[in-house]
Write a protein that binds this ligand. Sequence first.
Ligand code: NOJ
Length: 709
Amino acid sequence: MSRIEQLIGAMTLGEKLGQLTMTAAPYAVTGPFVAGDISAGIKSGAIGNLLNLYGPDTVAKTQHLAVEETRLGIPLLIGLDVIHGHRTLFPVPLGEAAAFDPALWAATAHAAAREAAADGVHLTFAPMCDVCRDPRWGRIVEGPGEDPFVGAAIAAAKVAGFQGSNLEGIAACAKHFAAYGAVTAGREYASTDISARTLQEVHLPAFAAAVAAGVATIMPAFTELGGVPMTAHKELLTDYLRGELGFEGVIISDYNAIAELMHHGVAADLAEAAALALQAGIDIDMMAGAYGSGLPIALERGLVSLAQVDAAVRRVLILKERLGLFKDPYRGVGVEAAEIVAQRRVLARAAAAKSAVLLKNDGGVLPLAKPRRIALIGPLGDAAEEMRGAWAAAAPMTGCVSVVEGLRAALPDTKIDHAKGVTIDGGDTIGIAEAVTLCDGADAIILCVGEAANMSGEAASRAHPHLPGLQQALCDAVFAAAGTRPVITLLFSGRPLIVPALAEKSAALLAAWFPGSEAGNAIADLITGKVSPSGRTPISWPRATGQIPVFFGERNGGRPFNAADHYTSKYLDSENTPLFVFGHGLSYGRFVFSNLRLSAATLTEKGALTVQVDVANDGARAAEETIFLFSHDKVAQVTRPLLELKGFGKIALEPGARGAVSLTLRGTDLRFPGPRLTPWFEPGEVEICVGTAADRTRLLTATITLVAQ
Ligand code: NOJ
């Protein structure tokens, strides 16, 4: 008999439920309450897993309790939200999505996993796979942006990066399954109610990709979907995830989510809540105490069976075994070599630079040619702590490089004067006049504005996703003082902000998101031209709150926009298009595309073809460009989005150089959920559109014909 079956045979019900329980230690606070003393629970076997514990000594001491002082000596599984780095912070996920670089996505996950493993962490609650088209939702910062193809690509890269090929890294957790990003009105924890088609086309692909990449665990969303809380959603957790996708790993509830089934109104007491969750397929109860105290009653009432409990325990023990915890409960724990820590900072700097999106650069104001004096104005100019962004895991409050520090290090001969002017969200204008005087005689004026780190992330929805506080007043005063001199704006945020006036008046606008530990150095690299910006926005930037959701994957509708026809789809008071479209982003090069060619004019479901385009850098600086491949099925049995992303690639070119980008398109890429929502491949013509952003007017287009086998 295997070790796991022997253990299950030897365990009491209490010990089994302990293996299905995950309790929060107090080293990080990520929920409404934490547990008290956990030692007694560990020793009795009532707590088999922890979250929010890290640090070599703390973990070793705690693990020792489980291994040496419990009856069966089963090691603890320890999880933590290692979302965009552990102690070293990379850019927030939405920012990193802008890099459109799967190798980078995997590399930062790998580096974070190593750092977390040395701190005793076995499991991260990442990647967050929630596609979202609503910038009001604060958790948009943790995800891939608006597009399901990008979501799937990031999910696959992150799972590989965190876990390694055989879980030699740390276990990943694809969350929050599913459609959390579609919460009503972008309001955190609100319900979701979307069509089965939208669920399949938009919200499930990233999870399917995570499962295909071998993700070890999955976390259901707090939310309900069409009347069924995800924590109790048997059809999606068991029938779809385990049945259709073949997921064999562990499903972990979100924080207290099983008890919240009572608030949802589907369970009358904790026993019913526990039974619903176990029946649905949830193995581990995070912080609800529902399995520990509710399942014994549910068993007595006949709501669940012992075989169901055993099946969940088996999955948890298999994960512990796969992670090597039975062999070495202290796996990976230790102090890292200084060289590894330093290399991680190098990666963080490169990742932050690759994630920033240059939204505007009129007259080539950037990069700056060695200015004598810079006026650096705004509340984010010297705000090292804010650079951490939401979910700063175990990173200390100090240790991030601020913008002013980065610029001073990069430009030692330049005098850099800084003033905040206003606080991020304060109501006081008193500092504006003094800050504005810095513009006198400055040969470069840089505004540093945006959100605070805690204005996005969990429980951080915003009904007015604009510049907070009185920052717009500060900006207006700076624009007035600058006169005809160009103003460069660095914008920090965990979401696309609604900033049409700022975008109009700034000569250059750089969306830096929250760049992490190396923020200031990476920004200095971009501003001085040491690195050419290469980020592309993974999300549309609305012009107005009333436009939300605005995204490129819209459908045409029966009365598509026509300026000349009143009875068509439009606003009376806004354009339909976003301020900045998905994929938009400038570099210091000037790229020209031509000669779109396809290796075949027809494609079968099992076939593939190559899409190629020539690219030239006619600018004066080396730079990198991103090429997107979209499709559009004009006539099908169900309507198709106006553009669907099917691939992307990058090309780096020296000034004056030319090259080509090749992307593969498979017949299966052009399948979609058919009239009955089963995979569907419909013969007929499909447009293939290639270019640098999801903007029809900037795409090269060819047509292929899909043919039956
Ligand atoms: C609640 C969040 O929704 C989830 O993303 C996180 O992993 C858990 N808390 C644990 O901190």
